[in-house]
Design a protein around this ligand. Structure first.
Ligand SMILES: [Fe+2]
Ligand SMILES: [Fe+2]
Length: 436
């Protein structure tokens, strides 16, 4: 009898311990989820990435098959999501469906059986081929209490969503709302900034028809070189902006001199050479954020040469920012290959001969080497910028297998035979197109 009593006490306390342990494990899991979400989203300002992180984390946290975060576009009164598991961008009127109901009323909808609920729109399942069984749809509010979007979590693996799931999602929603609003604001500001820089670049490109599109092409060349050199995304972005603005100082150069077609006098030439210094002084008046403070310096150094004989400062070697050394290669390549009225392009190997000849005097060897690793499809797209939609996709796919170095070898070896002929021929089909 005694033994039996002992057994009961043991098993009772054992089950108590198990319950407690389960409770603590669950609490621990929830805290870990919240910690992970906070850590992962706190530094992310890219809306796409932020949405992706949130959807993945919520899906995992609630042990569900899918999660979509819909954001409310107040101007168009639409709900939209850039990325959803297994789907592309979705956009629909802000009052439609379960998400629309939650966005409009602010109520939480926990539906254990979707097909038994009249608010559920079966058409979406029909279209996507997905089968929704249970769903939890939750409003997301900002600090002012305004609804800015909706979480929609589908198909919890072990049965309908619970009250605890709702509480967890409530906390996640509070944590993420501010960061989502920040990201949206950041993207809007970035779009404004981008269009501002693009407009400045277009104004300078428009001043001289001979150099039309120059700044935009340079921006793509430097990006292609930076890609080869594995330069980090934020530096690449600065480089792209600097490229778009590098010749902006030409705005201060007298029109008659800038567009003069004949030989320049010494005085005229030195006036033109003032443009990088103008670039710097004008760009320094723009209130760039700390991240972008180096743009005027980089842009203004695009005519510096590695041996110190360039202008405006006569900087040499590593005193020239790497970004400006990349710019120098792109700038000369574009000048040598851009379309000229009534004239064909200089032959490609001659252009590269010039880059080679001036390596270690004008250009940094590392940058020229990187340039030669650019894939031919990338190069052709930039060379034909503006009409690149006329390029044959098959040709581009083929050219993607070769870089500039390989083209040069093909041109040297035997441009009339086999693979060499194919590479050189396909490249030249576009490169040597006659211009009028
Ligand atoms: Fe320039
Ligand atoms: Fe330039």
């Amino acid at each position: 009898m005694k033994v039996k009593e002992q057994d009961t006490i043991d098993s009772y306390s054992q089950s108590q311990i198990t319950t407690k342990l389960k409770f603590y494990q669950e609490e621990h899991r929830r805290l870990t989820v919240l910690f992970n979400i906070t850590r992962n989203i706190s530094t992310e300002l890219k809306l796409d990435k932020l949405l992706r992180i949130l959807m993945d984390e919520v899906k995992r946290a609630l042990k569900a098959d899918r999660c979509t975060v819909f954001l409310l576009d107040k101007h168009r009164n639409e709900l939209w999501s850039k990325v959803a598991h297994g789907e592309r961008e979705i956009r629909f009127p802000g009052h439609l469906g379960v998400a629309g109901y939650v966005a409009t009323t602010g109520h939480i909808l926990n539906i254990p059986d979707a097909y038994a609920d009249p608010r559920f729109n079966r058409e979406i399942d029909k279209k996507t081929g997905y089968h929704t069984s249970n769903m939890l749809t939750f409003p997301m509010r900002n600090k002012l209490g305004e609804i800015i979007g909706v979480f929609q979590v589908l198909n919890k693996y072990d049965g309908p969503f619970t009250k605890e799931d709702e509480q967890l999602l409530d906390t996640i929603s509070v944590i993420s709302a501010t960061q989502l609003e920040n990201a949206q604001l950041y993207e809007e500001q970035k779009k404004t900034f981008d269009s501002f820089i693009e407009t400045l670049a277009s104004t300078i490109d428009a001043r001289d028809p001979l150099t039309a599109g120059h700044s935009h092409r340079i921006a793509q060349y430097v990006d292609a070189i930076a890609h080869v050199m594995n330069i980090l995304p934020n530096r690449r972005e600065i480089l792209r902006y600097a490229a778009l603005l590098h010749d902006y100082g030409k705005i201060a150069i007298r029109e008659a001199i800038l567009t003069k077609r004949g030989r320049l006098t010494v005085r005229e030439y030195s006036h033109i050479q003032e443009h990088p210094a103008y670039t710097r002084s004008i760009l320094e008046k723009i209130n760039f954020s700390n991240d972008y403070k180096s743009i005027p310096i980089i842009a203004a150094a695009h005519h510096e040469k590695i041996d110190g004989t360039g202008y405006p400062k006569g900087l040499s070697g590593n005193d020239i920012p790497l970004e400006a050394r990349i710019l120098a290669v792109a700038d000369v390549f574009d000048a040598l290959t851009s379309k000229r009225h009534y004239r064909d392009r200089m032959e490609f190997d001659k252009v590269i001969d010039i880059l080679d000849r001036d390596t270690s005097t004008h250009f940094d060897e590392i940058c020229v080497k990187a340039f030669k690793k650019i894939k031919l499809d990338v190069l052709i797209r930039i060379l034909e910028d503006g009409t690149s939609d006329l390029l044959d996709k098959k040709d581009l796919k083929f050219l993607n297998n070769y870089n500039v170095n390989q083209l040069l070898e093909a041109l040297k070896r035997h441009p009339r035979r086999g693979e060499d002929k194919l590479v050189a021929g396909t490249f030249n089909k576009y490169y040597n197109k006659a211009y009028s």
